[in-house]
Design a protein around this ligand. Structure first.
Ligand SMILES: Nc1ncnc2c1ncn2[C@@H]1O[C@H](COP(=O)(O)OP(=O)(O)O)[C@@H](O)[C@H]1O
Ligand SMILES: [Mg+2]
Length: 297
């Protein structure tokens, strides 16, 4: 079931095209990452989805309804990029306030705070919270009313790896309950394999929309192999493998993904001349750069 549908969405700011024919969908239970460098148009797109800033062309359907309509607002949660709280309120008071604003029972606050792992600090002022804790307050706010669609603008930027993992565990739980999730990030390393699909936005245009493994395959970037040779054997190993580069200790090779196994067999055949080896597939940053840059050409 499609929860969010974008068709050729365009947005101009006084002649500047911030969004150009953006099309993709997010289904129930799906986690989609919207990736793009600063200024790519992620926040602009999210604001259009929420109806906070109208788009100029194309169609946006939120649960079949128009962005910002009552029907849409009742089912959509939003975590803005720079979420600001009352620093003098405690986490518990802040969430109770949000619940009241949303017409929900304030007693739900403790359960929400526990879900995001803030129960131990819920009676402390938000002014004393770390960045990760404040993001969790934002997430607790976004969980109010079990939304059908969650729009999260760079929710994990600035989080340490452990906080990020917990954050994604909560999103997994929401997706398992059927929520559709669209979250933005400016780094592929932040979303990794934690999302079902990755949509890359570059200068307002969608330049890729696939799973991480699909993107990896399509990019076809080289794999790096670093060989540690036995003392004194590096130059000989480099020559036997036709590898240009040797620093006297290690030998570096690059090869196409489909040639990797053949290369590894050649290396293994060198026997004791090889002491160790490391195989590095293209990094997430390499893949992201590939698609972002391809669009610029
Ligand atoms: N209200 C606005 N007026 C003019 N230009 C804007 C406005 N909002 C965003 N932009 C421009 O649109 C582009 C996309 O911005 P934004 O959506 O915030 O990018 P991102 O969230 O991906 O970093 C940027 O070049 C930005 O300067
Ligand atoms: Mg932004």
């Amino acid at each position: 079931m499609v929860r969010l549908k974008l068709e050729n969405v365009c947005k101009n700011f006084e002649g500047f095209e911030a969004l150009k024919n953006v099309s993709f969908t997010v289904a129930a239970g799906e986690k989609v990452a919207l990736l793009g460098h600063n200024g790519a148009g992620k926040t602009t797109l999210m604001k259009a989805i929420l109806g906070l800033q109208p788009h100029d062309g194309g169609r946006i359907e939120v649960m079949g309804a128009a962005p910002g309509s009552h029907a849409a607002r009742m089912q959509v949660a939003y975590l803005p990029e720079n979420v600001a709280f009352h620093s003098s309120l405690t986490g518990r008071e802040q969430i109770r306030l949000y619940l009241r604003l949303r017409g929900q029972p304030v007693e739900l606050a403790d359960e929400l705070l526990e879900r995001v792992g803030l129960e131990h600090v819920s009676r402390r002022r938000i002014g004393t919270y770390s960045k990760g804790m404040r993001q969790k307050v934002g997430l607790a706010q976004a969980l109010i009313g079990n939304p059908a669609l969650m729009i999260l603008d760079e929710p994990t930027s600035g989080l340490d790896p452990i906080s990020r993992r917990k954050f994604y565990a909560i999103l997994d739980d929401m997706a398992a309950r059927g929520a559709a999730i669209l979250l933005s990030s400016h780094a592929l390393t932040e979303v990794e394999a934690r999302t079902d699909r990755i949509v890359i936005l570059s200068k307002g245009q969608v330049v890729a929309d696939d799973t991480l493994s699909g993107l990896r395959k399509e990019a076809g970037l080289p794999t790096h192999i670093r060989i540690a040779a036995k003392p004194g054997a590096a130059d000989q190993v480099a020559a036997m493998l036709n590898a240009g580069r040797s620093n006297g200790v290690t030998v570096d090779l690059t090869c196409a993904p489909e040639d990797k196994l053949a290369r590894l067999r050649e290396i293994a055949a060198l026997g004791p001349k090889v002491r160790d080896l490391d195989v590095a597939p293209p990094s997430l940053d390499d893949i992201y750069d590939h698609f972002s840059r391809r669009a610029e050409r």
